[in-house]
Design a protein around this ligand. Structure first.
Ligand code: AMP
Length: 213
């Protein structure tokens, strides 16, 4: 079973993806985390990420396909978060999976308004040690530090000048991808403004239905 979770920056897809992956024992493939890993040995990628831009679409597709073929060749049951973000990435992923006799079983969009996303992003804090995300309004860390003990910081791409760029990329690319898969009849929308628990419940229902197919 392969699931794709789409949404604007700060739509909560990272938090939801972690909960969902745990619940259904899915491998969580977060291309944000993969990109940050790549940036450790590649200054160009680090610059792209920090400025809020996206890595060129085919390049990112190549990293994902490489990761899946070389690092995790036997991997099944994947939850994709942050990928695809472009129609080209969606088509490449679908054909890669189909070639292995597999498929994308559900594509879910977590919907929030851009105004809401901007408020959330400015209150997002990320653990400098393990990468776990918190939100000073909706999901605060109990003692102001991560559960792993790491310091909570604002990601460079969560700073206002990068946020503007990220939303432009979202509008120009990911929103078009969401509309594209909706036209194909493959999209399920979930209201991302609900509580974390309510959203998770709806996502669990969707995945349960996929499992029954
Ligand atoms: P995220 O944590 O999902 O917001 O991703 C952080 C950064 O990683 C993005 O701003 C991009 O620079 C890069 N990235 C993640 N996923 C993709 C993708 N599908 N295509 C291109 N760049 C990506």
């Amino acid at each position: 079973m392969n699931i794709v979770l789409l949404g604007a920056p700060a739509s909560g897809k990272g938090t939801q993806a972690e909960l969902l992956a745990k619940k259904f024992n899915l491998y969580l493939l977060q291309t944000g985390a993969l990109s940050r890993e790549l940036s450790k040995s590649d200054e160009r990628i680090e610059e792209i990420i920090n400025s809020g831009k996206l890595i060129p679409q085919e390049e990112m597709t190549m990293h994902v396909i490489n990761f899946l073929t070389k690092t995790k060749p036997d991997l099944k049951d994947i939850l994709f978060e942050g990928f695809p973000r472009f129609i080209s990435q969606y088509e490449a992923l679908e054909s890669f999976l189909k070639n292995k006799g597999d498929d994308i079983d559900a594509i879910i969009s977590l919907d929030i308004s851009l105004e809401e996303a901007v408020v959330r992003i400015s209150s997002r804090r990320t653990c400098s040690k393990c990468g776990k995300t918190y939100n000073t309004i909706t999901n605060p860390a109990p003692n102001g530090v991560c559960e792993c003990g790491g310091e909570l910081v604002q990601r460079k791409d969560d700073l206002p000048e990068s946020v503007k760029v990220r939303f432009e990329y979202y509008e120009d690319n990911t929103k078009k991808l969401i509309e594209h898969v909706e036209k194909l009849g493959k999209l399920t929308r979930v209201d991302g403004t609900q509580s974390i628990e309510e959203i998770q419940k709806q996502l669990v229902d969707i995945v349960e239905k996929v499992k029954l197919k």
